[in-house]
Write a protein that binds this ligand. Structure first.
Ligand code: F6P
Length: 548
């Protein structure tokens, strides 16, 4: 069915941006700064604890005006308000998109099908807090009466990446006497390496799965249960060592976990938006309920900013629009996120799912093929490591890679003397932004006495755009702010591209094929005649290698 909504690339605002791009080309950042000495301050915004410098982008005031006109014409604000009202904007699954309700204050009212969902959110948060305190204090005992020393979260995708990333990010805020581990991969090596040195009597498994049908998670949870029983030898040990986080009480009960030990969430929370739901239970046990509340407050601060700030000061809107400028008008294929914080070492992995599972789509909300670029490939690792690996390409390669540089003014206190290294870390962050933006001309290289033959090799073209995000320190609230910033940026882009950012049908085919193939790998004899030639040959080779 054809929609009567004008396709985004047919709008006058899109055409105006195309025309503007043709005229502007890639304006030299050196010149933009020379002609506007105030640009560094003028193209900067603050929200909550975050300072955002977007002056090193290939834009002018006119670019911003045209991008905002596009957002207005495409109804970004209207869709945002519909999301906040609890309307079912996830059209292909008929669901509301309400991760923002997970961090709403108790007195907020957000309705889904006429029912206020906020009281249920807080009831679960309270239940989580009570449980987390019992584990942290040692009141919750394992089967043999020992307190819990290790919490193992078993989950994958959104039921793994969020708590794993946040646990790493907030390590200095964790109770160091209880460690958290994360098992996701169906490769048995993941579970093996994570439990081989553990005492089951001191281990708590949190089986985290929105659907509780995800094969990796159920397989790992079943193996973990077997391990626990083989060590503790009594079925009734399970209740002391297994809890579940899910939307699916029926499957949880079927697995053998008492639903009294289940922490609920809802179908209006997408997996990749669930770190601040009960999926964050392992994190809450690690940092405590109070810090977890601060984490949620950070998200809420950005939600409120996104909902109420005028377009020209709306940071998620701005970041979304800048991404569209590069994706759709400069043909940039990727977006690098480069945190200058070792604690954020898993942040980019987390954002990969958030962004790529949300906006890696090629049909519109009405099901028509898009004729414009949608979500970028998101990648990156913490600075300064990347500088000694792939930054070469960022500086001198042929590809345009817009990047976010993220840093914190204050090192964490427990680093002690090692905190002295922090200035060097931040000097690198600032230097990279500088080098990427302004490069080094052939004249400048030659003036250093470099032999002529080497000058081209040592020249840096510059004009590589970056956003710098700077905060005082990496606290639970700041982490919440950062995540929400990217969540809402992804929303903005999905709204403009007219795609549904909240389904993920693209993961289904591989799952179904794997289910069909597994018996062909394991059966006594296999009929591969129904397979394509490549897969048939691989299956046969695998079977031969395994002696089947
Ligand atoms: O297969 C993709 C996916 O559905 C993700 O969207 C989700 O985060 C992950 O699998 C895990 O799903 P579940 O929490 O239901 O186990």
């Amino acid at each position: 069915m054809m929609s009567d909504r004008v396709r985004v690339d047919q709008t006058e605002q899109w055409r105006a941006l195309r025309q503007h791009h043709r005229e502007l080309g890639e304006p030299p950042l050196r010149e933009l700064f020379a002609s506007d000495p105030d640009r560094g301050r003028r193209y900067a915004l603050e929200v909550g604890d975050l300072y955002i410098d977007y002056s090193r982008h290939l834009i002018t005031d006119e670019t911003l005006r045209l991008l905002h006109a596009l957002a207005e014409a495409r109804g970004v604000a209207e869709l945002r308000d519909a999301m906040f009202r609890g309307e079912k904007i996830n059209v292909t699954e008929g669901r509301a998109v309400l991760h923002l309700a997970l961090r709403s204050p108790r007195d907020t009212r957000i309705e889904v099908d006429g029912e206020n969902v906020v009281p249920a959110v807080h009831a679960v948060l309270d239940k989580m807090a009570a449980f987390a305190e019992r584990v942290r204090s040692g009141e919750w005992k394992g089967f043999t009466g020992k307190p819990i020393r290790t919490v193992v979260n078993i989950g994958i995708g959104g039921s793994d990446l969020g708590p794993k990333m946040a646990y790493e990010a907030l390590k200095p805020f964790t109770d160091r006497s209880i460690q958290a581990r994360f098992v996701s991969n169906v490769d048995g090596a993941d579970l093996h390496e994570n439990i081989r040195d553990l005492d089951p009597a001191e281990t708590l498994f949190i089986v985290s799965s929105k659907t509780f049908t995800t094969v990796e998670t159920i397989t790992n949870a079943t193996s973990a249960r077997r391990w626990l029983l083989s060590e503790l030898g009594d079925e009734s040990a399970v209740a002391h060592h297994f809890v579940a986080v899910s939307t699916n009480a029926e499957q949880v009960a079927k697995f053998g976990i008492d639903t009294a030990n289940m922490f609920e969430f809802w179908d209006w929370v997408g997996g990749r938006y669930s770190v601040d739901s009960a999926i964050g239970l392992s994190l809450m046990i690690a940092i405590g309920p109070e810090r977890f509340r601060e984490f949620l407050d950070g998200f809420h601060l950005i939600d409120e900013h996104f909902r109420t700030a005028p377009p020209e000061r709306n940071v998620p809107l701005l970041l979304g629009l800048l991404g569209i400028w590069y994706d759709d008008f400069h043909d940039a294929q990727t977006h690098a996120v480069l945190p200058y914080s070792h604690y954020l070492s898993r942040f980019t992995d987390y954002l990969q799912q958030l962004d790529m599972e949300s906006n890696g789509k090629s049909v519109t909300r009405e099901g028509e093929p898009v004729s414009w670029e949608t979500g970028p490939i998101v990648w990156g690792t913490p600075g300064t490591n990347g500088q000694h690996a792939y930054y070469q390409l960022l500086h001198q390669g042929t590809k345009l890679v817009p990047a976010d540089l993220i840093g914190f003014a204050r090192p964490v206190e427990e680093l002690g003397e090692l905190a002295d290294q922090h200035d060097l870390l931040i000097a690198n962050l600032f230097a990279q932004g500088q080098a990427l933006a302004f490069g080094k001309t052939a004249e400048e290289v030659a003036a250093e006495g470099i032999p002529a033959a080497q000058v081209p090799h040592r020249t840096f073209p510059g004009n590589r755009p970056t956003t710098t995000i700077l905060a005082d320190s990496l606290t639970p609230s700041v982490l919440g702010q950062l995540i929400a910033l990217y969540e809402q940026k992804v929303f903005v882009q999905g709204a403009i591209w007219d795609i549904n950012s909240y389904d993920q049908w693209g993961v289904e085919l591989g799952k179904a094929l794997a289910k069909r193939l597994e018996p062909q790998l394991t059966a006594a004899t296999a009929d591969t005649s129904d397979l394509d030639g490549s897969t048939a040959a691989l299956v046969e080779r695998y079977r031969a290698l395994r002696g089947r």
